[in-house]
Design a protein around this ligand. Structure first.
Ligand SMILES: [Zn+2]
Length: 206
């Protein structure tokens, strides 16, 4: 005689809905391609200056106030110039900072993990501009994470078009309260957000 099992007693597979939020939204905001940005987290690949993969998978998290400000700017540049941001790095967990340091222990290029950087606070972003019509990044004179003087904001040897692309990005970001650093044209941070250093690491898809 067959045994009938009541449907309620059959364990349901634990399937998360496709857009499940798997992080604390009071602490973090995730920026995705649904926000009309291009995401190219180089440290989630071997295409970075260490040639090692630093993040197990690429997800872009920022402190909520920083993310809100950044996405406001992205909407503005879409509307005004048909540009969008391309994000190379966002929040960087402290264990990842340690892995980066282990690969490249040079304080000129990598902040020592004990000190921590604005990326470890979720308050810094590495980015450039993409022309939506061509799908190409604007020429900023060097690639992301180029460690030469040509990456400096005060380098004067670039063409007028490179210079104007950089100035456009710098003015856009600084007018919204982001701070630049002289040595890296791609790096902007929003301080005063009271964000602590963090070791939290995001989940990766199975
Ligand atoms: Zn940076």
């Amino acid at each position: 005689m067959p045994v009938y099992v009541q449907e309620d007693s059959i364990p349901k597979p634990n399937l998360a809905p496709p857009n499940a939020v798997d992080y604390d939204t009071t602490l973090w905001t995730e920026i995705t391609t649904r926000d009309s940005v291009v995401i190219d987290l180089r440290y989630a690949t071997t295409d970075n200056f260490t040639t090692s993969q630093i993040y197990p998978c690429g997800r872009c998290f920022l402190r909520p106030s920083v993310a809100t400000r950044l996405l406001q700017l992205n909407r503005k540049i879409i509307k005004e110039k048909n540009y969008q941001f391309k994000l190379y790095d966002c929040y960087r967990p402290r264990p990842a900072q340690q892995r980066l340091w282990d690969q490249h222990p040079n304080p000129t290029h990598v902040t020592h993990p004990s000190k921590g950087s604005m990326h470890n606070r979720g308050a810094a972003v590495d980015l450039t501009l993409v022309s939506i019509s061509s799908g190409q990044v604007l020429d900023m004179g060097t690639d992301f994470d180029f460690f030469g003087r040509e990456a400096r904001l005060d380098y004067i040897g670039h063409t007028d078009s490179i210079q104007s692309n950089r100035i456009y990005l710098q003015k856009l970001m600084e007018d919204a309260g982001f701070k630049s650093i002289k040595s890296e044209w791609w790096h902007y941070s929003l301080s005063g957000q009271g964000s602590a250093l963090s070791s939290w690491e995001w989940q990766c898809p199975d």
